[in-house]
Write a protein that binds this ligand. Structure first.
Ligand SMILES: [Fe+2]
Length: 296
């Protein structure tokens, strides 16, 4: 059973005060030395099965980023070591957080090229279940893409845009852009469609579903269209948006969002599975996964 929670940004969602750590920016020490052998072993399981799946599926930027980083099967990566490499390439660093953090904290980190990563790892009996982003999602899924200069600039711009959108009361619109790009984006490459979204790249099942399944729509990316489109927070997406080139994200970094928000807010919201006459349809999905007995 699934539910639709369209107005929430899962990876930047307010966690309330209950989990508030001592530091104002919500960062904590990774506590790398405290990981247990079992936790490193869970990492190994996740790393190995995902690494076997991604050749021919992950985009070139992801593969190149992964190769250049100290990320391997043997142990949960150390954020200090990751940050040393990231800093040399794109000026980013990885900081540990206990899980979800308030929107303003999340955006402020991104605006300053700090990527807040979950410090904990999921448990073995929940390999494919993720209530909050853990170290595997955040490091395996996100950090390789932060080695790419375009993505590095884009996510920083998103952080700055997030702070503005929050003030304008339109965070839901901007959150959809993050969702359908950084988390669940696909990109065209000469060999076919490839994954660059971290939510897909870190998911064993969605890595296959997003590219191979007949059910979801795959549509050409259009910023206003994406801003109007609700998303599924706890199940496969009904629609994936496809960039012609990762460089297209740079254009988004320069956009003056205020007039755009006004236009988008005047139009009706779209459901996750909607396909419009104006869409650039790459694949028209059957919808069988979500509407054929599974899902809602
Ligand atoms: Fe994420």
């Amino acid at each position: 059973m699934t539910s639709l929670v369209p107005e929430k940004l899962k990876h930047g969602l307010a966690a309330g005060d209950a989990g508030r750590p001592a530091r104002a920016d919500w960062t904590i020490d990774q506590g790398w030395a405290a990981y247990t052998a079992e936790e490193h072993d869970i990492w190994r399981t996740l790393f190995n099965r995902q690494s076997a799946l991604l050749p021919g599926r992950a985009c070139t930027a992801f593969v190149d980023g992964m190769k250049a980083l100290p990320i391997g099967p043997d142990q949960i990566p150390n954020f200090i070591e990751l940050s040393e490499v990231l800093a040399r390439h794109t000026g980013w660093e990885v900081v540990a957080v206990p899980g979800l953090v308030p929107d303003e904290v999340f955006f402020d980190h991104l605006a300053n090229r700090r990527f807040p990563a979950g410090q904990f790892i999921r448990r073995r009996h929940e390999l494919d279940y993720l209530e909050e982003p853990d170290v595997f999602h955040d490091v395996f899924g996100h950090v390789p893409m932060l080695m790419n200069p375009v993505i590095a600039d884009y996510i920083q711009a998103y952080g700055k845009g997030g702070l503005r959108a929050k003030q304008l009361g339109v965070l839901d619109k901007l959150a959809r852009v993050y969702w359908y790009t950084v988390e669940f984006g696909l990109v065209r490459e000469p060999g076919g469609l490839r994954i660059y979204g971290s939510g897909i790249a870190s998911s064993y099942t969605e890595s296959v579903f997003a590219l191979d399944d007949a059910s979801p729509n795959r549509l050409g990316f259009d910023l206003e269209r994406v801003m109007r489109t609700r998303y599924r927070i706890d199940d496969f997406q009904e629609t994936y948006f496809v960039l012609d080139d990762l460089d297209d994200l740079l254009k988004l970094a320069d956009i003056d969002f205020a007039p755009l928000y006004a236009r988008v807010s005047a139009q009706r919201e779209l459901e996750p599975g909607d396909v419009l006459d104006t869409d650039r349809v790459i694949t028209r999905g059957t919808g069988s996964y979500h509407h054929g007995g599974k899902g809602v």
